[in-house]
Design a protein around this ligand. Structure first.
Ligand code: ADP
Ligand code: ZN
Length: 296
């Protein structure tokens, strides 16, 4: 019997449902994220025809998520600011209705897994995938495994110093202008400059401030996690000048202290863009499903 894998990229803006085995073999559908009831019905409707062959299903979801197996609310989206989605049993509903083993992880962990298997971190045991979009999140692979720890990493909410020129009050409901996401997400850029960040010219000071926040955050990650590579995704990285600015800023803040040719000589291949682009999330969900089969 063929082992069909299912994947769900559960985003705050859109959901992608897919069956397949990897980025080169995906049959998918995308729809907007509405209410949990309606959205999950659409997920179930997509997978129902495949139910007899489906061996496992992976979900990479926006969070925060309860990933503690022993918790009564395991598999739930918990304290999300997204209206209507607090305390949504995303993994449980799908597992029960489709009668299939389900693996749930954060959207960024799923994307990190996909970049490691098929993309910009192939062959590496220690790397980060950071997305700078509507929110900021980071998936961490350490010693060849996704890091979960106590809950799961919340790299987007690490605390950062304020850029001296920045008077913006910040956009994080929990940390205001004190955390990475509150200072450097797409909505933070839009609120600080009063326009769609995509419309800001490439030579605008906005991007120096943005590179400061990203460079400080990545330098902190390099000091704490010692990744072999850092992958930067998300809508804000569509600004093509940003990658170089962030590379320069990160190396500058490390200031020669972390001695390795990857940082001192090859920063262009140390901090990179994703190789899978918009496919990373759903491909990562399929990779989570593949891992689940190995477990069961
Ligand atoms: P999501 O985080 O919702 O999955 P994205 O990663 O595409 O989606 O991020 C969307 C965010 O990225 C929005 O806040 C948007 O303003 C911002 N964004 C999209 N394109 C650009 C661009 N070219 N330049 C700067 N910011 C952008
Ligand atoms: Zn925060």
């Amino acid at each position: 019997m063929t082992k069909l894998l299912g994947g769900v990229e559960a985003g705050g803006t859109k959901f992608v449902c897919a069956v397949g085995t990897g980025p080169s073999d995906i049959h998918e559908t995308r729809f907007a994220t509405t209410s949990p009831e309606e959205t999950l019905q659409r997920v179930l409707a997509f997978f129902s025809p495949y139910k007899p062959e489906l061996a496992a299903l992976g979900i990479g979801a926006f969070g925060p998520l309860d990933l503690r197996q022993e918790s009564p609310t395991y598999g739930f989206i918990t304290s999300t600011p997204k209206p209507g989605w607090q305390n949504t049993d995303i993994a449980g509903v799908i597992a029960r209705e489709l009668q299939v083993p389900v693996a749930l992880d954060t959207d960024v962990n799923a994307a990190a897994l996909a970049e490691g298997r098929w993309g910009a971190a192939r062959g590496l045991s220690d790397y980060l995938y950071i997305t700078v979009g509507t929110g900021i999140g980071g998936g961490i692979v350490s010693g060849g495994r996704l890091v979960h720890g106590l809950v799961h990493p919340e790299l987007g909410h690490c605390l950062l110093p304020k850029h001296p020129d920045d008077t913006f009050a910040g956009s994080c409901p929990y940390h205001g202008d004190r955390c990475f996401e509150g200072l450097a997400s797409g909505p933070a850029l839009a609120a600080r400059w009063g326009c769609d960040p995509a419309a800001l010219p490439a030579d605008h000071h906005a991007w120096d401030i943005q590179a400061f926040y990203m460079g400080v955050a990545i330098a902190n990650c390099v000091c704490t996690l010692s990744p072999q590579r850092v992958i930067l995704g998300g809508g804000v990285m569509a600004q093509s000048q940003m990658l170089g600015k962030v590379q320069t800023a990160t190396a500058g803040y490390l200031n020669g202290y972390v001695r390795h040719p990857a940082i001192e000589e090859n920063i262009e291949s140390y901090i990179v863009l994703p190789a899978l682009g918009s496919q990373a999330g759903v491909a990562g969900a399929l990779a989570l499903a593949g891992q689940k089969i190995e477990e069961v």
